[in-house]
Design a protein around this ligand. Structure first.
Ligand code: SF4
Length: 349
């Protein structure tokens, strides 16, 4: 497990982000009040089951939410040498300039997004041209080849077509494109899915190395808690569009606070429990028909009366962990049965 050392500065601050999809079947709050702060050089794992809002959060930061989706409210301030800007307030043109240079996104299945009939080098030059209009072609080629080397590919890959590369190499090309302009924040959405386990580790190692080199903050989206344990500094757990816990990686694996985080960690295979698997009972709820109170209550093995009627508080512990659950008061201290009973009596239905 990794710890974040040295002096850090805030790279990205997300405040109360809300994203809604207006579907024929009704309104879906895909991201509901998410707040997060990332430091430069930090690797944050964003985990949760499919459909919990992880990718929607990433798309919102890139202003890539398409109708019927809409960013309802909130802010996402990115801090760069040029000052602080709210990503959600940028015009289309400003956002185009910001993508890649300040924040870059490596989407799910990125390697399939490479144009099969263009050489890798041409695709890299294309990505840079708008951002560096005054750079000579030689400078752009040098920058592209340098980025390829940073992800441990040979310079000769510049001349190759995607079909000449393995899956792992194509994924490295996508990472190289992502770091061409030294962004402050990199979002990698399931960057190792569809790769075999050995290549997964290599690709993750590549992300870690290049991110450290440019001191970028990374949001690593995925559901493989084992992988998160090895590469991230902190883990944020999402459930049904909400953040339920954000903790230092060491703490969340040793002593997860939220029952859903506890269940995710319990479900990891362990050598000493060979062949014994603990699944999480039930299914993630439809975002169209969310349960009342705490949205996790139908699946929670610690659910209480209060959980069915009132949304849990958002608590921050003195050591900076975040949890949203009735088992904790607003300072993150465990609540007593009496406190929970009193809350149940005073909470509106
Ligand atoms: Fe479980 Fe209640 Fe906590 Fe929700 S608020 S996670 S139902 S204990």
């Amino acid at each position: 497990m990794t710890s974040l050392n040295g002096t850090r500065s805030v790279a990205l601050q997300i405040n109360d982000l809300q994203v809604t999809y207006y579907t024929d079947a009704g309104r879906v709050k895909a991201v509901d009040g998410v707040s997060l702060t990332l430091q430069s050089g930090e690797r944050l794992g964003l985990v949760g089951e499919s459909g919990c809002g992880k990718s929607t959060l990433a798309l919102a930061l890139m202003q890539m939410i398409k109708p019927p989706g809409r960013i309802e409210s909130g802010s996402a301030i990115i801090y760069t040498d040029d000052g602080a800007v709210d990503l959600l307030k940028l015009s289309e043109e400003e956002m185009r300039q910001t993508r890649l240079s300040k924040i870059s996104y490596i989407p799910q299945g990125a390697m399939n997004s490479l144009n099969p009939v263009m050489r890798i080098g041409a695709q890299m030059l294309d990505a840079m041209q708008d951002h560096l209009p005054r750079a000579s072609k030689r400078e752009l080629i040098e920058r592209a080849e340098h980025a390829l080397e940073s992800v441990e590919l040979k310079r000769s890959v510049f001349q190759m077509y995607p079909h000449e590369l393995s899956g792992g190499m194509k994924q490295r090309v996508c990472i190289a494109i992502g770091i061409l302009l030294n962004p402050k924040v990199i979002i990698a959405d399931e960057p190792t899915s569809a790769l075999d386990v050995v290549v997964q580790r290599q690709v993750m190692e590549t992300i870690r190395r290049v991110q450290e080199k440019i001191n970028a903050a990374v949001i690593l989206i995925g559901h493989d808690m084992g992988l998160m344990a090895q590469v991230t500094h902190r883990v944020a757990v999402m459930y049904a569009g909400k953040l339920v816990e954000v903790s230092n990686v060491r703490e969340i694996f040793r002593h997860p606070l939220h029952p859903y985080a506890q269940a995710l960690i319990r479900s990891l295979p362990r050598l000493k429990n060979k062949g014994v698997f603990h699944g999480i009972p039930g299914l993630a709820p439809s975002l169209l028909h969310l349960p009342s109170g705490c949205v996790f209550h139908p699946r929670c093995d610690r659910a209480m009366e209060i959980c069915k009627i009132a949304a849990p508080p958002r608590s921050t512990t003195p050591d900076g962990r975040f949890v949203s659950c009735h088992l904790y008061d607003e300072q993150g201290n465990p609540t007593t049965p009496d406190q929970r009973g009193m809350q149940a009596h005073t909470s509106p239905r």
